[in-house]
Design a binder for this molecule. Structure first.
Ligand code: HEC
Length: 499
C-alpha cells in the first residue's frame, strides 16, 4: 500500500518537473521551427494546441503575445524570423500582412473563446502573407470581403485549426506556394472556394470541413496534391480539381482525392456572375475539369443531385478564357473503389438534356463528357455511369503508398521577377474584381487600360488611395498594403493584359 502511494507520488513529481520544463523554460533547445519539422515532431498528426506545445520543445525564437485591444500587425512589425506570435481571445478588426519569413501565429482558445479576426464587412483580407515558412493556427476569421487567409508565393506553410465563416470570396487561399499543409480547418459561407489551392505544388489538404459555400475544396492549376479525409457538404460543388486557362501555371496533374465525404452538395450557386465557379451546376459532388492523372479512391459520395463525379473538358464552363498553352482534356483518370449512392436525383440544365436523350431522368453517379483519354475504373458495374465507354480496367487497386505530397525538407523561397510579381498580384488580388472584357465587381480591365494607357503611375496613385468615381460601382478597397514596387509591377502588368 505504502509503496504504491510512494510510486504514484514519484511519478507525479516527475511529470510535474517535466511539465515545468516545457511550460516555464524560456530558451528552448533544438533547431528552427519549420512547418515540415513541426509536422514531423508531431508524428505527422497535429492535434491542435497540444500539438503546437509539443512543437515548442524545438523552438528558439521569441514569443510575442497579443491581447484583446492590441493589434496583431504591431506584433508582426516587431517579429523576427523564427518568432511565434500568440494571440489571446478577443476581437481583432484588422488585416494582418506578413512579408517576413518563418513567423508562426497561434491563437489561444480559452474556454471556447477564440481570438477572432473580424473584417466587419469592410476589410478585404484576414491574413495576407507573402513570407515563407508561415504557420497560422487556431483563429476564427469572420466577415471579410476578399479572403480569410491568403498566401502569395509563400512556400513551406501550415494553415490549420482555423474556423472561417463568411470571409468573402475565398476562405483559405494559398496561391503559388510549394510544400504546404491545410488541415483541420472548418469553413462556411464562402462566395467562391472555401479552400482554394491555386497554382501550388506539393500540398496536403487533410481533415477539413467545408459547407454552405459555392465550392467546398478547389485544386486549381496545381500539381502533386493529396486531398484526404475531408468532409465537404451542402455546397454548390463539393470538391473540384481543374485547370483555369490564362493563368501563369498551365497544368493541373498528379492529384489524389481519397477518403473524403462528399455529401449533399446541392446549394444554389451564389458566386459573383462572371467567375468560373458561377458556372458550376448545383448538385455537383466532385468535378474534374481538364486535370490529368487524378486518382479518386475511397470517397463516400452521396446525395449530390446533379451527379456524383463529373469529368469534363473545358467546354463545361462558358466563362473561361481560351489559352492555347492549356491542354483542355482530362486524361488518365484513375477511379478506384468509391462508395456512391443516391446521386443525380434532380439533374439540371445541360445534364438533364443529356440524360433525356438516354430516356433517363436521373443524373449518373459518374459522368465523363467531352475529350479526354487513358482513364481507368475498378468495378465500373457498381455505379450508374455515362460516357465511360473508353475507360479500361485499372491495373492498380490503391494509391495508399502515397502518404503525403509534402517534401522532407523546406524548399527555398521563390525568386520572382518584377514582371512575375505583377502578374501574380494581378491574378491574386485584382482579377477577382476586374475581368478583361466584362463587368465584375469592378470595371473591365479593358476599359481601365483605355483610361490609363501608358500611365502606370496613375494606376499606382489610384489603387494606393482609391476615390469613388462611378455611381453604379462599389468603392474599391485601397491596395496600400502592397509594397511600392509591387504596386508599380501590378499596374504595369494590368496595362499588358490581353484577355
Ligand atoms: C474588391 C474588389 C476590387 C479589387 C480587389 C480591386 N479593385 Fe480596382 N476597382 C474596383 C471597383 C469597384 C472600382 C470602381 C470604383 C469607382 O469607380 O468608384 C475599381 C476601379 C479601379 C480602377 C479605375 C480607377 C479610375 O480612375 O477609374 C483601377 C485602375 C483599378 N481599379 C485597379 C485595380 C488594381 C491594379 C487592383 C489590384 C491591385 C484592383 N483594382 C483591385 C474593385 C476592385
Amino acid at each position: 500500500m505504502k509503496w504504491k502511494m510512494l510510486m504514484i507520488w514519484l511519478v507525479l513529481l516527475a511529470v510535474g518537473i517535466l511539465a515545468g520544463k516545457f511550460l516555464f523554460k524560456s530558451k528552448p533547445t533544438s533547431t528552427a521551427l519549420t512547418p515540415v519539422k513541426l509536422y514531423e515532431a508531431q508524428g505527422g498528426y497535429t492535434p491542435g494546441l497540444a500539438g503546437a506545445d509539443t512543437a515548442l520543445a524545438g523552438f528558439k525564437g521569441e514569443i510575442i503575445e497579443v491581447r484583446n485591444g492590441d493589434k496583431i500587425q504591431d506584433a508582426v512589425k516587431k517579429a523576427n524570423p523564427g518568432d511565434l506570435i500568440r494571440v489571446y481571445p478577443g476581437s481583432y478588426r484588422e488585416t494582418v500582412y506578413i512579408d517576413k519569413d518563418d513567423i508562426s501565429f497561434q491563437g489561444i482558445i480559452i474556454e471556447g473563446e477564440w481570438p477572432t479576426l473580424d473584417g466587419g464587412k469592410e476589410l478585404n483580407d484576414g491574413f495576407l502573407y507573402s513570407g515563407n515558412g508561415i504557420i497560422i493556427e487556431n483563429f476564427k476569421i469572420i466577415n471579410y470581403k476578399g479572403n480569410g487567409i491568403m498566401g502569395q508565393a509563400g512556400n513551406n506553410f501550415v494553415i490549420r485549426n482555423n474556423w472561417v465563416v463568411d470571409a468573402g470570396v475565398y476562405g483559405i487561399f494559398p496561391e503559388f506556394g510549394k510544400n504546404g499543409l491545410v488541415e483541420h480547418n472548418v469553413l462556411s459561407g464562402i462566395e467562391d472556394a472555401a479552400i482554394y489551392v491555386g497554382m501550388c505544388d506539393n500540398i496536403d489538404v487533410l481533415h477539413n470541413e467545408t459547407y454552405e459555400s459555392v465550392a467546398g475544396i478547389e485544386i486549381e492549376n496545381s500539381r502533386h496534391c493529396l486531398v484526404e479525409n475531408n468532409y465537404t457538404h451542402n455546397n454548390t460543388g463539393g470538391l473540384l480539381v481543374f485547370i483555369t486557362p490564362g493563368l501563369p501555371i498551365k497544368t493541373c496533374f498528379d492529384i489524389i482525392v481519397r477518403n473524403n465525404f462528399v455529401v449533399d452538395n446541392n446549394l444554389e450557386n451564389f458566386a459573383a456572375p462572371g467567375s468560373i465557379v458561377s458556372g458550376i451546376p448545383q448538385g455537383t459532388g466532385i468535378l474534374i475539369m481538364a486535370a490529368d492523372d487524378v486518382t479518386l479512391e475511397g470517397n463516400i459520395i452521396t446525395g449530390n443531385n446533379n451527379a456524383g463525379i463529373t469529368i469534363t473538358d473545358l467546354t463545361l464552363v462558358a466563362n473561361v478564357a481560351t489559352d492555347p498553352e492549356s491542354e483542355p482534356n482530362p486524361d488518365r483518370l484513375v477511379i478506384l473503389d468509391n462508395f456512391m449512392s443516391n446521386n443525380g436525383n434532380d439533374p439540371g440544365g445541360q445534364l438533364k438534356a443529356l440524360m433525356a436523350t438516354q430516356m433517363e431522368s436521373k443524373g449518373p453517379d459518374i459522368i465523363h463528357f467531352g475529350g479526354g483519354s487513358g482513364g481507368c475504373i475498378l468495378d465500373k458495374n457498381k455505379y450508374r455511369t455515362f460516357g465511360l465507354e473508353d475507360y479500361g480496367q485499372c491495373q492498380v487497386r490503391t494509391s495508399i503508398a502515397v502518404k503525403s505530397y509534402m517534401l522532407a525538407e523546406p524548399v527555398p523561397p521563390r525568386d520572382i521577377s518584377a514582371e512575375e510579381k505583377g502578374k501574380l498580384t494581378f491574378y491574386g488580388v485584382c482579377s477577382g474584381c476586374h475581368a478583361y472584357g466584362i463587368r465584375m465587381i469592378g470595371p473591365p480591365t479593358r476599359d481601365l487600360q483605355a483610361i490609363y494607357n501608358n500611365n502606370p503611375q496613375g494606376i499606382v496613385d489610384y489603387i494606393t488611395n482609391p476615390i469613388r468615381r462611378r455611381e453604379n460601382y462599389p468603392e474599391m478597397p485601397p491596395q496600400n498594403y502592397l509594397s511600392e514596387e509591387t504596386r508599380m509591377a501590378v499596374a504595369e502588368y494590368m496595362l499588358t493584359v490581353e484577355k
